[in-house]
Write a protein that binds this ligand. Sequence first.
Ligand SMILES: [Zn+2]
Length: 286
Amino acid sequence: MPRIVEPGRRVFPVRLPFALPIREGVEAQRFVITYIVVGERGACVVDTGAAGSQEHLVRALQELGLTPADVRLVVNTHEHGDHIGGNAFFEEWAHPEFACHEAAVRWIEDLEAQQRERPIYQFERLVNRSVRITRVLHDGDEIDLGGTTLRVIFTPGHSPGSISLFCPEEGVLITADALQPVGGLPLYMDPRKAVESLRRLAGLPGVRVLYNSHREEPLTGPDIPRALEESIHYIERVGELAEEARRRLGEGAAPEEITREVLLALGLNPPPVMPLTIISVTSHFR
Ligand SMILES: [Zn+2]
């Protein structure tokens, strides 16, 4: 039974720092927010961070009077390495259930396929081993933790199998990477779906707090619809810039060249041209 730290509180964000390898000898210091969600029937962890950073989750569990062995369920919001890298850690501790959206199963179970289709430099440093998904989620599913519910909202676009989770008892919405940070790297695979997902989240009633995986502070009040709206505009702006660049450079221009132009126009200098940003920019042409 989890210790009651703050009466009524169910969702506890935990910040996991990690080093993201960029290229030979260069790495960026990043972090991802993961969550411990407690109910009467035990604890659930939403996202497990990059491999090797789970000590922070263990400490947060201890503060709640829990250990990793009390974690009954791990939910991955999506397929990416910084969200699934600690799955193997929890499998060794407690054999919890592992859940994700049906569209995310393939890339979470088959890391080679993910790396082939969405290459990341030194991906194996973020996630070194895959786990089997034992519970497949669908839009509208409710995860019942006993007095605490997580409602599954399918929000693809950033990745094929991205979900957001809404806890109605607390008015907390976990959007993971669905929110595109304005001024940041455009990171999505399907801009049309990404915008649709953001519109859907904007129409969700009862949201008091919005958590995003790579943002320190949660959003509240009028900042929530504003951030969702700005994300939509940013994605649309990237699309316009991509079209402009393609017109200027000609139909036969290399994807790297087009991406470079777009990133520079967005104010990202030096332009981080890499497989991920090339996928985002050229996804507007499909
Ligand atoms: Zn992601």
